[in-house]
Design a protein around this ligand. Structure first.
Ligand code: FO1
Length: 333
């Protein structure tokens, strides 16, 4: 049986995960999700990327925002405002119910993996969605306003501070979640897919886990990434601004350089064709197809294309990745 692992973060990544879940049966796909955005709020563990993937696959995500639930009630948020409580991080009432239940399951001794499986199954999802780790990892954004926890940078400060780097607190001692470890070591692993998520704050924390980068470098299964840029710009979120502030060109070449030590195929949108011609790493194959996913069908079409590319690459053996290739790692520690 062919098996695939998808690494993903928030909104953009969740869209491709949705497509892959429609293109593959549950037993053939493991979706590993970033937890570096997680934080404690009101004593609850908020897991934005996990919840975005679960809500998206369950078909109940807010289509406009990409995060949180569709047809939400903001009653609790409004009352919080009246009471003078913190309202900077908007929690809809249905979303809040999930956070409350997750808190009680975690306090009951369940792992984040176990809780995520319970919640996903309850919401009708048959595919495997796993946190990258059961252990806490927190993305810290180094900025000209100091070190900011991710949600403080992303939501409270609306990504305005200038970024100089990232740290993934806890990553050095965190363990890759058992289900992800098993999926990456499956004998019939046919491909690994990096969904179109922010390389610094969505894919970066996953790659920062002990042994993860080496596992990708030495994997026999081909590794494909869908570029998180279209037309040289992020579809959503601060990626373009981050790249400029880090002194990187917001380009296909810039993205390729971040994964150069393990990537086999980079899927780009035709709008970026000219940009890819200057690719500095000749060992990454460029594949071109429309990567903007505006509808569920476009998510499935892209997923089917990605799987077809991986299938024929894995059949003729994965390219040997020259060991001298180094990816740029922006973690400060
Ligand atoms: N993003 C915002 O810009 N403002 C919010 O108030 C907000 C609330 C929120 C609540 C639950 C959730 O799962 C996500 C939420 N997000 C919000 C998005 C979140 O900050 C990002 O999705 C990820 O952390 C980055 O992809």
């Amino acid at each position: 049986m062919a098996k695939y692992v998808a690494l993903c973060g928030g909104v953009g990544g969740a869209k491709l995960a949705f497509g892959l879940a429609h293109a593959l049966p549950p037993g053939e796909l493991t979706i590993a999700v970033n937890t570096g955005d997680d934080f404690e709020h009101f004593g609850l563990l908020i897991c934005p990327d996990l919840d975005t993937v679960v809500y998206t696959l369950a078909g109940i995500a807010d289509a406009g925002k990409g995060w949180g639930r569709a047809s939400e009630s903001w009653l609790v948020q409004e009352e919080l405002a009246r009471l003078g409580g913190p309202t900077w991080f908007q929690l809809g009432a249905k979303d809040l119910a999930l956070h409350l239940y997750r808190r009680s399951l975690l306090d009951g001794g369940n792992s984040l993996c176990g809780v995520t499986t319970t919640l996903a199954n309850t919401l009708g999802i048959k595919h495997t969605i796993v946190p990258m780790s059961n252990d806490p990892v927190r993305t810290i954004v180094e900025t000209d306003e100091g070190a900011l926890a991710f949600q403080s940078y992303f939501v409270a400060r609306r990504c305005e501070p200038r970024v100089s780097g990232f740290r993934y607190e806890g990553a050095a001692t965190a363990r890759v979640s058992p289900a992800l470890e098993a999926a990456l070591n499956a004998p019939d692993l046919t491909g690994i897919i990096l969904c179109p998520s922010n390389p610094f704050v969505s894919i970066g924390p996953i790659l920062a886990l002990p042994g993860m980068r080496d596992q990708l470098r030495t994997s026999n299964a081909p590794i494909l990434a869908v570029a998180p840029l279209v037309g040289g710009a992020a579809v959503k979120g601060p990626l373009t601004k981050m790249m400029h502030e880090l002194g990187l060109k917001a380009s296909i070449d810039g993205i390729a350089s971040l994964y150069a030590d393990f990537l086999d195929i980079l899927v780009i949108d035709p709008q970026d064709e000219c940009d890819a011609s200057a690719l500095c790493t000749d060992s990454i194959e460029i594949d071109m197809i429309k990567t903007l996913m505006k509808t569920p069908d476009e998510r499935i079409t892209l997923a089917q294309h990605v799987l077809a590319r991986l299938k024929n690459l894995s059949s003729d053996g994965r390219k040997q990745v020259p060991s001298d290739r180094k990816g740029h790692v922006y973690a400060l520690s």
